[in-house]
Design a protein around this ligand. Structure first.
Ligand code: THU
Length: 174
């Protein structure tokens, strides 16, 4: 069962197809759009940007992750990738490796303008990604830790407030 609601998959597919319209791909003529869903429901998108020096081509997925990272976002729920392929094409190895750097795993939706859709996930497309243990805490682990800490602090605050309220109530009763 995916953590992503049907309406969010629809929004994400739309955003990826929309982003694809902004692709700059005069050399390959292969336009790609990507849209990342963040835990708060926000969507960050990207498109491929090519160069006359072919090797400089930037993929849509990595552009989207670069934008999200530059905005300080560190947790990613799902990504939709739009290509003209049928069936819809998967991300390239470089983009999968980028996802492996920034996500523990991520739900992926492959779409095309004809309306075909295929759901998959990073762990299915890249079984054993390269992860360098010496590189410190991966951002997704840090984010998990931060989220747990946030949740714990909130729980403690709620408990404190409840205790205070209960004390107040018992004081008023005496
Ligand atoms: N491309 C992407 O944007 N994402 C991928 O995952 C694979 C390839 C782009 C790069 C290039 O501009 C064009 O598609 C053809 O390779």
């Amino acid at each position: 069962m995916s953590r992503v609601a049907k309406a969010d998959w629809d929004r994400l597919a739309e955003a990826a197809l929309e982003a694809r319209r902004n692709a700059y791909a005069p050399y390959s003529r292969f336009q790609v759009g990507a849209a990342i869903l963040l835990p708060d429901g926000e969507i960050v998108s990207g498109a491929n940007v090519e160069n006359a020096s072919y090797g400089l081509a930037l993929c849509a997925e990595r552009n989207a992750f670069g934008t999200a990272m530059a905005q300080g976002r560190r947790a990613f729920t799902a990504i939709a990738v739009a290509t003209q392929s049928s069936p819809p094409g998967p991300p390239c190895g470089l983009c999968l490796q980028t996802m492996a750097e920034l996500c523990e795993d991520i739900d992926i939706l492959l779409v095309n303008p004809a309306g075909e859709r295929q759901r998959t996930k990073l762990s299915r497309l890249m079984g054993q990604p390269f992860r360098w243990k010496g590189a410190g805490t991966p951002s997704w682990k840090g984010e998990k830790k931060a989220q747990t800490k946030k949740a714990q602090t909130k729980k403690a605050q709620t408990k404190k407030a409840q205790t205070k309220k209960a004390r107040g109530a018992s004081k008023a009763a005496t």
